[in-house]
Design a protein around this ligand. Structure first.
Ligand SMILES: NC(=O)c1ccc[n+]([C@@H]2O[C@H](COP(=O)([O-])OP(=O)(O)OC[C@H]3O[C@@H](n4cnc5c(N)ncnc54)[C@H](OP(=O)(O)O)[C@@H]3O)[C@@H](O)[C@H]2O)c1
Length: 232
């Protein structure tokens, strides 16, 4: 049986992705702090910002994942409202632990078990390639995610494992709502920034992730999934 290992499937894009892979017959294993509302998902309550998380993840994956066709989706992310002036070392490290370090812990645990046609899918953002104000640590980490994906592609040459980075635009999830203070007016104005005049639904990004996972030809690629952003 094919296996999906994913982070952050408790809600939003991660939950939509986990459901899609379950529907396609995958066994799905998740790491997040809260539990996804779908009992088909095997979930291990884990705080990826915990400095001790490596031993926990290693033990769980050693015990629960056999070698085979594995899709690994790095979806969890932490986002703060911070700036280059305000970001303190402790908060900065915490964001990097979730967004950058945890993916590499999972990579190291799983790559030797990944047989040809396996895949590693990173979640970037529109903010992987540009910046906006007040999102300093998140922007920094999302740029790094693209570097990780490109390095993954080069380092795994000849293994039959493919990788890509899906970069969503404004998607209707808790992360976006929290970031804008759940303000409906702000959400409307954000929606108007896409050529479709609406927010993206998590299921649409899940579809892009699934497609990338099934497509070895998509390797080393940054894929923009943003409904077409209106350029100013
Ligand atoms: N929504 C957007 O507009 C947007 C745009 C561009 C990119 N993205 C990217 O898409 C991905 C999914 O975001 P989303 O919008 O679906 O966000 P979301 O609904 O807020 O979900 C975030 C997920 O990350 C997990 N997570 C956060 N902190 C964690 C921690 N310390 N340890 C373990 N898991 C943690 C959460 O699980 P728990 O809270 O249960 O731990 C949750 O399942 C992220 O990589 C995000 O950067 C989103």
């Amino acid at each position: 049986m094919k296996t999906l290992v994913i982070t952050g499937a408790s809600k939003g894009i991660g939950f939509a992705t986990a459901k899609k892979f379950c529907d396609a017959g995958y066994r799905v294993i998740n790491f997040s702090r809260s539990t996804p509302p779908d009992e088909r998902i095997e979930s291990h309550a884990t705080d990826l910002s915990d400095p001790e998380v490596e031993s926990r993840i290693t033990a769980i994956l050693d015990e629960h994942v056999e070698p085979g066709e594995i899709c690994l989706v790095h979806n969890s992310a932490s986002m703060l409202n911070d700036t280059v002036k305000s970001a303190g070392a402790a908060e900065f490290v915490q964001v990097l632990r979730v967004n950058i370090v945890a993916p590499q812990i999972l990579n190291r645990c799983l790559i030797d078990k990944m047989q040809p046609d396996s895949s590693i899918i990173y979640l970037g953002s529109t903010l992987s390639e540009k910046a906006v104000a007040n999102t300093f640590s998140y922007v920094t980490s999302k740029h790094a995610v693209v570097g990780m994906m490109r390095a993954t592609c080069q380092d795994l040459s000849g293994t039959g494992i493919h990788t890509s980075c899906i970069c969503p635009g404004f998607t209707n999830t808790e992360m976006l709502r929290t970031h804008v203070g759940d303000n409906e007016e702000v959400l409307k104005s954000i929606a108007s920034l896409s050529t479709f005049g609406r927010l993206i639904e998590p299921e649409e990004i899940a579809g892009a992730i699934y497609y990338a996972a099934q497509s070895p030809v998509i390797n080393g690629a940054v894929i923009h999934a943003n409904l077409g952003q209106i350029e100013s």
